[in-house]
Design a protein around this ligand. Structure first.
Ligand code: IYR
Length: 222
């Protein structure tokens, strides 16, 4: 019997300490330039780029390597319009009735409201679904650490979009089961996050925010 070996050799990347320091600095500097933006251009992006960023997200670690994600990539203007209309309907209800006063006040600096025109402007939107379970030989098997796994993959996707010189915004319409219906997803998939992918518009403004300092986000136990 020719069985696949359980473990195989792996050649990890190894750098000199100096290079490790400079590489970590460079990535930090680059990451600081990322902003969520809300004004996009309608300029087209080749499918190859979308494929590459998704395959980057697909390298994320996941519980028992189940890779419990499906990335729905939407280019059809008709579907984008359907999604926009449904998202805005839910968002309008949320902004007007479901969100607390405190929440609305916390969102004030961002100038967000129920309108989501970017869903139709960008050439591509990616709707990420988490896969709660799988069917194998007619048997239902739960996946593991699904939220953690899909959250990590989305982080990597956002970084890949930034690295390509494109922009996105994490849109979380709530509730988002309309996405299951519009995209005709099976029972084991639940919508997780909607990411428009595009070039930023020519003139854009973003909220005047600063990020927390190292000391605010890290505690050192020597
Ligand atoms: N999901 C809504 C509201 C919203 C909530 C948070 I928390 C934000 O940081 C931004 C927006 C929307 O997408 O508008």
């Amino acid at each position: 019997m020719n069985q696949e070996p359980r473990f195989i050799s792996h050649e990890p990347l190894r750098f000199e300490e100096k290079e490790i320091i400079s590489r970590s600095e460079e990535l930090h500097h680059f990451a600081e330039k990322r902003r969520s933006i809300r004004q996009f251009s309608d300029r087209d992006i080749p499918f190859e780029v979308i494929r590459n960023i998704i395959m980057t997200a697909n390298t994320a670690p996941s519980g028992a390597h189940k890779q419990p994600w499906t990335f729905c990539v939407i280019r059809s203007q008709e579907l984008k319009q359907k999604i926009r209309i449904a998202a805005e309907k839910e968002e309008k209800e949320s902004y007007e009735h479901r969100m607390s006063d405190r929440w609305l006040k916390d969102l004030e600096p961002f100038g967000t409201d129920w309108r989501k025109p970017f869903i139709e402007t960008v050439p591509w939107i990616i709707v990420v679904f988490k896969r709660a379970f799988e069917f194998e030989n007619g048997e239902k098997h739960q996946n593991y650490y699904v939220n953690e796994s899909v959250g990590i993959a989305c982080g990597m996707l956002i970084n890949a979009i930034h690295n390509a010189g494109l922009a996105t915004l994490t849109h979380t319409p709530s509730p988002m089961n309309f996405l299951t219906k519009i995209l005709d997803r099976p029972d084991n998939e639940r919508p997780y996050l909607l990411l428009p992918v595009g070039y930023p518009a020519n003139e854009i403004k973003v909220p005047n925010l600063t990020r927390k300092s190292f000391d605010q986000v890290a505690k050192i136990f020597d």
